[in-house]
Write a protein of this length. Structure first.
Length: 141
């Protein structure tokens, strides 16, 4: 499991002062990018080195408790599945002040060839190994 922490900012909230539902996806995407950095595959470098992108083809979330501006949160990211052309990540968002789970989310990413529009690609071998190792480490903990 990988953990990413941040403070809820004004731009994350709606007129009622709570995190707007779509902003949870912005937050989990930040955690996704942080995971890639931690695995040694920073997104900007990967995109520059290989013409493979990892767009999200499925996203879901369940909201359990509101978050407000100033709340410190931890996004726990777990690699749920790694296939030759895709990977799935699960997220758990926890309020640090009291440990309550505020949301869960899941994203499914597929590899696409950046040079040929609409064509699937294999995950780069180094990324596939890093994701599989992260998944295995989570299974052992």
């Amino acid at each position: 499991m990988h953990a990413f922490e941040l403070t809820v900012r004004l731009q994350h909230t709606d007129a009622a002062g709570v995190v707007f539902f779509a902003r949870f996806f912005e937050i989990v995407h930040l955690a996704f990018e942080d995971l890639l950095d931690a695995l040694g595959h920073p997104l900007p470098a990967d995109l520059a080195q290989a013409p493979v992108a990892y767009p999200i083809v499925h996203a879901s979330a369940d909201y359990r408790a509101p978050l407000r501006m100033g709340d410190r949160i931890r996004v726990e990211v777990r690699v749920a599945e790694v296939k030759s052309r895709s990977f799935t990540l699960d997220y758990r968002i926890v309020a640090l002040a009291d440990g309550r789970q505020t949301a869960t989310a899941r994203t499914v990413h597929v590899a696409v060839d950046g040079n040929v529009r609409g064509h699937w690609a294999e995950l780069p071998p180094g990324l596939a190994r890093a994701l599989a190792a992260a998944r295995g480490a989570a299974d052992r903990s």
